[in-house]
Design a binder for this molecule. Sequence first.
Ligand code: DGY
Length: 323
Amino acid sequence: MAPALPRLLVTRRLPQEVETRLAKSYWTQLNADDHPMSEAELLQGAGDKDALLITPMDKSFATGIIARLPSSIKIIATFSVGYEHVDIAAARQKNITVTNTPNVLTNATADIALLLILGAARGAYWGERMVREDRWNSWSPTEPLGLDVTGRRLGILGMGRIGQAVAKRARAFDMELHYHNRRPVAAELAHGARYHADLDKMLPYCDFLSINCASTPETRGLVNGTLIDKLPKGAIIVNTSRGDIVDDDALVSALKSGRVAAAGLDVFRNEPKIDPRYRALDNVFLLPHLGSATRDTRIAMGMRAADNLDAFFAGRKPADTLT
Ligand code: DGY
């Protein structure tokens, strides 16, 4: 008799190619209507499973659910590079392996960072709205006007894979590059960016600040009023990492006063329930967490999660083990 397939709960709809692959190697419980699962539903679904494939929206994995998972659960594969939504220490304690999906979303996310830089600097939001609402009366030499990107200084906060890909793209716009990271990266990965061991020393160089660090206890709330005050007046802030790195009160008030000229935000604290004050501001370019949202990238993320699950159930250590 063939050995029983491992039992897998997939908490959200995944691209068809990924679900088809998973169904060949696992007894899968899929989420056909793609609704966000409540904690009770997650626990019930996990009840008869060996593995979970979750997403960053399954936030209860950071807030106590892991301790209540049945002992049959051996691995949690998150469909994301970020893993702040998983309590890694709790998983370790229960001997549960946790994996993520690095590399495959680097380019797509860096593309969105550049879209935000351009969208915020050139007023893509108000420009688009003006055309859509039929308020565009005449081309004018003096209004509305955005800000140049070419030749301006970009500070990259967090020079991991995505930060490096942002640097590579920003070079094509002749931006002067700076970065802050815990450690300097190899010269060929820095794309000419100057390293600042001390974040405070980089801030005065940031006409643009791109947030590319992970959300950790050290970075949560890092972009606050004190940090913003060290940026040049009229700087632009873009965020493709996690919303909780930004102090929304500080950013909203800096956007209102003009201390920060514009912002481009793809991620938000408590998304999708974002701070409503952003909606009322004309100088923010807002996207609904589209960083990795291309078809190819989402398939690659799913395949990477499946590779990790397959390795685990074949008795090998998954390539992207975090525990
Ligand atoms: C991730 O993988 O962490 C992204 O935020 C999803 O786009």
